[in-house]
Design a protein around this ligand. Structure first.
Ligand code: GAL
Length: 430
């Protein structure tokens, strides 16, 4: 799998250097206490509890348990898509110096925040031992490094800019295929509305920020989108105003907000709604057998396309696992990281999770259907970093964006949204 990384990587690298200048420091690393007859528990912290995503974690856990009979896997997952609740709890655990043994953190600006706070041990020893620099794309390793030290193990690559749709609902509305531009999308949303179905399903608040990043990318184009995260970026431009006006129009076709991303995606699979813009974890949910997923048939019950206006760009994110300083069971955490880094672990996890492997040497035959499309696009598309999922903005910046989007949902005030987004960029761009 060969990859072309574009501007977004350079941007984050610049922030890496800034962070590096600030230095790490903080808590000291504590090796684990040994001993004890009882099986030692390894606390793995994530937010993969819900239908679809829990399947991926379960598959990786099985490999971990086979390989590590002396450890017990303790699933410390906190419910709530995109980690909105998990990350808040994690922060309090880190501040209280009671970290889980390992936690999920997104490659990019989000992980850089944990590194800067001195929360993480560097993993160079593991990268050397397992020769991991040879198997992960160098530019992905850059996103999780500071000054030559690597701080996490990436398990996957997800795509954020996917338009999921129900082919029958589109047909009923006289829509021939997935819309390729935002203008076509708006026209199609109107056609679905006229038929009395939900044009666009949405979930809890974070799914609206998720939608916003796809609309920004689709409206601005890749280079202008990536430029939004450079120091001094112009969020006040007429181009951003236009993108936000389009966002407002798109949102005017949204159905009632569902509790999280799964019930919103299910409205599409069940034929109640036509479209949903969601990351490709939705594929795992649609496709996995009914004990975890919906067991739906691809191309019949659901279909996909790049979100309107974004064909040729992979709006990417990557889940990775860390070694927090002061973890109670450091050896157990390292054993987990070895599974997460390994080919077997990644090839068990990703087909269920709806993601493609971070490793370049994965067994490509396991990635079929939507995932074959994803592998192909990943190898040739331009890149843009997700906002909602930790690549382009750090957690304080995302919190400010989330607040602005939350207010917008009530007010529908584009000027106020744009000003809040511009202020958030000024306060947080590094
Ligand atoms: C993302 C995460 C994905 C998936 C999604 C929905 O932030 O990277 O793995 O879990 O949230 O919960």
């Amino acid at each position: 799998m060969r990859r072309r990384w574009t501007a977004t990587v350079a941007i984050t690298l610049a922030s890496v250097l800034t962070l590096a200048a600030c230095g790490g420091g903080g808590k000291g690393a504590q090796p684990s206490s040994g001993g004890g007859d009882a099986k030692k528990q390894v606390e793995v912290f994530s937010w993969w509890t819900g239908p679809g995503e829990a399947d991926g974690l379960k598959a990786m856990r099985q490999i971990f348990e086979q390989k590590n009979p002396s450890y017990t896997f303790f699933d410390a997952a906190v419910a709530g898509g995109s980690g909105d609740k998990a990350k808040a709890l994690l922060q309090s655990k880190l501040q209280a110096d009671t970290p889980p043994d390992t936690f999920q953190g997104h490659a990019g600006a989000e992980l850089q925040g944990y590194i800067k706070a001195g929360d993480l041990e560097d993993l160079n020893f593991l990268y050397d031992e397992l020769k991991l620099r040879d198997v992960f794309p160098a530019q992905l390793v850059d996103q999780i490094s500071v000054q030559g030290k690597v701080y996490s193990v990436p398990v996957n690559i997800h795509r954020s800019n996917v338009l999921w749709f129900n082919p029958s609902v589109l047909k009923e509305a006289g829509i021939a295929g997935a819309p390729r531009t935002l203008e076509e999308f708006v026209a199609d949303l109107g056609k679905v509305k006229a038929k009395g179905k939900i044009p666009l399903s949405i979930g809890s608040e974070w799914t609206v920020t998720h939608l916003l990043e796809s609309v920004l990318l689709g409206s601005l184009g890749t280079d202008a989108y990536n430029a939004l995260f450079k120091p001094g970026a112009d969020w006040s431009s007429p181009q951003v105003t236009k993108a936000l006006e389009t966002f407002k129009t798109v949102m005017s076709y949204a159905g009632d907000p569902q509790d999280d991303w799964q019930p919103a995606a299910k409205q599409v699979a069940d034929g109640e709604a036509a479209f949903n813009i969601m990351g490709d974890w939705a594929y795992g949910y649609f496709h996995n057998p009914p004990d975890g997923g919906l067991g739906k048939t691809s191309k019949t019950d659901f279909d996909w396309a790049p979100s309107p206006g974004t064909e040729g760009t992979y709006l990417w994110l990557s889940d990775s696992f860390t070694l927090p300083k002061g973890a109670k069971n450091r050896d157990g955490a390292v054993a987990w990281l070895k599974v997460a880094a390994g080919k077997e672990g990644q090839d068990a996890f990703n087909p269920k999770k709806g993601s493609i492997p971070a490793r370049k040497d994965a067994d490509q035959s396991l990635y079929t259907d939507y995932l074959a499309d994803a592998l192909k696009d990943w190898s040739s598309d331009k890149l843009a970093g997700s906002i909602q999922h930790g690549v382009s903005v750090n957690q304080p910046w995302l919190a400010a964006i989330t607040e602005a989007v939350g207010l917008f949902i009530g007010s529908k005030d584009v000027a106020a949204l744009q000003k809040a987004l511009a202020d958030a960029a000024k306060a947080n761009a590094q």
